[in-house]
Design a protein around this ligand. Structure first.
Ligand SMILES: [Zn+2]
Length: 245
């Protein structure tokens, strides 16, 4: 089962519109600049990134999935696991490898030259979610191929991760204020908007951005995320007009 691109586009578009509407009523941070101008830039950059994903990443992933299914190569193809367990382990391994890919994007100067397009957005909201340089998207196709072939990822695991990952990306970047009492309940190993909305927006390379991807994160990331959550809560209370430094 390879996810239908049209169905995914509809789900993500609906999620984007819902989050964009909520941001108008319950913003976490006050904007620094004019929304219309940012929105135009972000939507143009995102459209190129999504187009690149459609024409480069999707075919590469599809070919890799077919190769793994036919040749039965990769870690999860060499061990016989119940389907549900294989899905959970495959999901976790893909997520973990994405975590380190994100870290590499901050630590390696060549990768950072592309990735900083995502972090130099002067404000952070749902329109930032897919603001990626198309070069980074092309490079991520290589990562997908490695993930699928080395881990032996099945189409079901790939499809499940893609949908969860993309929806979480939208939620994580959204500028939505949530009750402070609710925040710890939502933080169950994933980064929430107040956490992602702080340093990840402005720190960039050399800072302390939130590296978590979909749901899982290594302990080191959880520890730094927990610290940021406290700071982010303070920003929510103390300052609606400034971004963290
Ligand atoms: Zn980053």
């Amino acid at each position: 089962m390879i996810p239908n691109p049209l169905l995914i586009a509809l789900i993500l578009s609906a999620t984007f519109l819902v989050l964009f509407a909520i941001e108008r009523f319950a913003p976490l941070r006050a904007p620094r600049g004019e929304l219309a101008r940012r929105l135009l830039v972000n939507l143009c950059v995102s459209a190129i990134a999504i187009g690149t994903a459609y024409f480069v990443v999707a075919p590469a992933a599809k070919a890799s999935l077919q190769y793994v299914a036919i040749e039965r190569v990769g870690l999860l193809r060499w061990v016989e696991l119940p389907a549900a367990l294989e899905l959970m382990i495959g999901f976790a391994l893909v997520d973990l490898s994405f975590y380190y890919w994100h870290v590499a994007n901050h630590k390696i100067p060549f990768l950072w030259r592309f990735h900083n397009v995502h972090h130099i957005d002067p404000d952070l909201d749902v329109s930032t979610a897919f603001r990626f340089h198309f070069g980074e998207v092309v490079l991520s196709a290589g990562l997908r191929v490695l993930q699928i072939v080395l881990l032996g990822i099945s189409p079901l695991t790939f499809a499940t991760y893609e949908i969860v990952f993309q929806i979480n990306t939208l939620v994580q970047h959204s500028n939505i204020r949530q009750p402070r009492a609710v925040e710890p309940l939502l933080y169950t190993g994933r980064s929430t908007p107040p956490m992602a909305g702080g340093p990840d927006a402005s720190a960039g390379r050399g800072g302390q951005p939130s590296f978590s991807r979909a749901l899982l994160a290594p302990p080191i990331n959880r520890a730094t995320s927990a610290g940021r959550m406290k700071r982010a809560s303070c920003w929510t209370r103390c300052s609606q007009s400034s971004m963290p430094t």
